[in-house]
Design a protein around this ligand. Structure first.
Ligand code: SAM
Length: 375
């Protein structure tokens, strides 16, 4: 399967690429004004361009970086690829962007210490898109994440194949499994190998429990997110599915950041990518999104998420972030703002100023009297 990986994109790959592209442009515009140089690191770059001519992540990143660098901003990209044949193709793919990018013919684990160090003087966005889970030792990733706690601005977008974690975990513990997938386990890992990737032993109880495979996948993801939350204030997960009726995502995109603004940007990037795909679905007959069209735009679901999140007085920004965690990637930030406006107008919410046209820093409450404290 992997030998022809770069001939043409898998049907679900453009969704992931679009999320990356939709996120990078507003992200780069925003963080470039913070004063520090910005570096985008593509840790598993591949050849840059697929054989059918479509852009791989290095070209998607180069184009976004180039657009911002043209405005005189200090922004660059680093591409890491360990396989010689892909590295040579990568050099050719990004040759027009030599002024803003550098390439490394190296192994991610070797470069991970250097990436961790970059966070001290740069704002860093790390894109991690391996074939499977094998190169993802949690301690190498944690070495990068740990700098967030030390004040560095590091964000990560990680393609995490939690189904592969479950399958490899079952194989490592010598449990029989129904193989209903084309994915092969190319080498049986030991339980210690899986521990190193998962960042702990929690997966053992999950994969051997008597629950459906889809629940095992979900529980492993939520434990893994818990590990990431030790480093990032904001962590979110979005499952990329091949077809609407599938219950198990092909893989998860996990995003970690210390900034609420970045979390909101990622929410909107996924919404935009999804809308594009729903449009494409009508043309191609493919359905990539998890939910039906009407469910996505159900205003009652958004209203409930917002009302249930206002448990104490808080700013509009905090309320949006809390509610967004409940219904991540379903509604854009602008829809939250409109809904909060209508909750103010119909008397369900109160603003400290008494106004209904408010900004992100206005404090909101369910009661007319404010206790003055807000998170
Ligand atoms: C899924 S592909 C990346 C696709 C790419 N992100 C894109 O969208 O075009 C993974 C790539 O990582 C490379 N790779 C695998 N293990 C690696 C490692 N430990 N360090 C660096 N590159 C690695 C593979 O050779 C392959 O080209």
């Amino acid at each position: 399967m992997i030998s022809d990986f770069f001939q043409s994109k898998k049907p679900w790959s453009p969704y992931k690429d679009m999320i990356l592209a939709y996120y990078l442009t507003p992200y780069l515009s925003k963080v470039c004004s913070l004063g520090k140089p910005v570096v985008v690191v593509d840790c598993f770059a591949g050849p840059g361009r697929f054989e059918d001519g479509t852009d791989g992540s290095p070209l998607i990143i180069s184009k976004a970086v180039h657009q911002i660098a043209e405005k005189g901003k200090a922004v660059s990209a680093i591409f890491i690829e360990e396989k010689r044949k892909y590295f040579h193709r990568l050099l050719e793919s990004v040759k027009d962007y030599q002024n803003i990018c550098s390439t490394r013919h190296q192994n991610f684990e070797v470069v991970s210490r250097e990436i961790a160090g970059m966070g001290r003087n740069n704002t860093v966005f790390v894109y991690i898109d391996p074939y499977g889970i094998k190169p993802l030792r949690f301690d190498a990733l944690a070495g990068i994440y740990a700098n967030v706690a030390r004040g560095s601005s590091i964000e990560v977008l990680l393609n995490f194949n939690a189904s592969s974690l479950v399958r490899n975990g079952l194989a490592a513990l010598k449990y029989a499994q129904q193989d209903d997938t084309e994915e092969e386990l190319d080498r049986i890992m030991t339980p210690a190998d899986v521990d190193a990737i998962a960042g702990g032993t929690y997966w053992r109880g999950i994969v051997t429990s008597d629950i459906p495979f889809s629940d095992k996948e979900e529980h492993c993801v939520s434990e893994y997110i818990g590990m990431m939350k030790r480093y990032f204030d904001e962590v979110c997960s979005y499952g990329i599915k091949e077809k609407y009726e599938h219950t198990i995502p092909k893989y998860r995109l996990l995003f970690g950041s210390r900034h609420e603004d970045a979390f909101i940007l990622m929410n909107d990037a996924i919404c935009n990518a999804r809308d594009k795909f729903l449009g494409k679905q009508r043309v191609d007959g493919y359905l990539f999104d998890m939910r039906a069209n009407d469910e996505i735009h159900d205003p009652n679901r958004l209203r409930t998420a917002i009302v249930d999140s206002l448990t104490t007085s808080m700013t509009r920004k905090k309320l949006i972030v809390y509610a967004m965690h409940r219904v991540f990637a379903e509604y854009k930030e602008s829809e939250y703002k409109r809904m909060i406006g209508s909750l103010l107008r119909d008397g369900s919410f109160y603003s400290k100023s008494g106004k209904t046209r408010i900004n992100d820093y206005e404090v909101l409450s369910l009661k007319t009297s404010f206790n003055g404290r807000c998170p």
